[in-house]
Ligand binder design. Structure first.
Ligand code: CA
Ligand code: CA
Ligand code: CA
Length: 155
């Protein structure tokens, strides 16, 4: 009987621990934290952004991309992000991304020449969008984004 009680207590404690850690993943960023993160990402504070926890960076990034603030990223919002990224990365403004300007160069450079064009970047990003949109409703939720990052960082 005593052992039985012990097991019940232990498993209850275990359930409690697993629930609270789950809760933590969802809520351990405050609005202020996200706000600060948004500013850092926007101002391109690279070192600070790199040091950010993944979910915080994902939230900040999501917030910036979700321009109409409906909690979802539409294809149009995503396209704006891709365009901005291209403009930002293409430092000499020749409409071409070189290998060191583009981290996903080999994947994006479909025609095998020595640069990634805006269309090539768009194509690779459209594939990424489709992969992220797990339920295929044409929108990316924060959850879908975080799941995607988790899944791709495991590889
Ligand atoms: Ca939106
Ligand atoms: Ca190319
Ligand atoms: Ca979706």
């Amino acid at each position: 009987m005593k052992l039985f009680i012990k097991i019940v207590v232990m498993s209850t404690a275990l359930i409690f621990v697993s629930c609270s850690s789950k809760e933590q993943v969802k809520t351990d960023t405050t609005k202020t934290e996200v706000k600060t993160a948004v500013v850092k990402v926007k101002t391109d504070a690279k070192v600070e952004v790199k040091a950010m926890p993944m979910h915080l960076k994902a939230k900040a990034d999501f917030e910036i991309t979700d321009t109409d603030k409906d909690g979802k990223i539409s294809k149009d919002e995503f396209a704006v992000k891709v365009k901005n990224k291209f403009t930002k990365v293409d430092k000499n403004k020749d409409g071409k991304l070189s290998k060191d300007e583009c981290p996903s160069f080999d994947k994006a450079n479909k025609d095998g020449n020595d640069f990634v064009s805006e269309d090539e970047l768009k194509a690779v990003c459209a594939t990424k969008f489709a992969k992220m949109d797990a339920d295929n409703d044409g929108f990316i939720t924060l959850e879908e984004k975080i799941n995607f990052i988790k899944a791709s960082s495991k590889k």
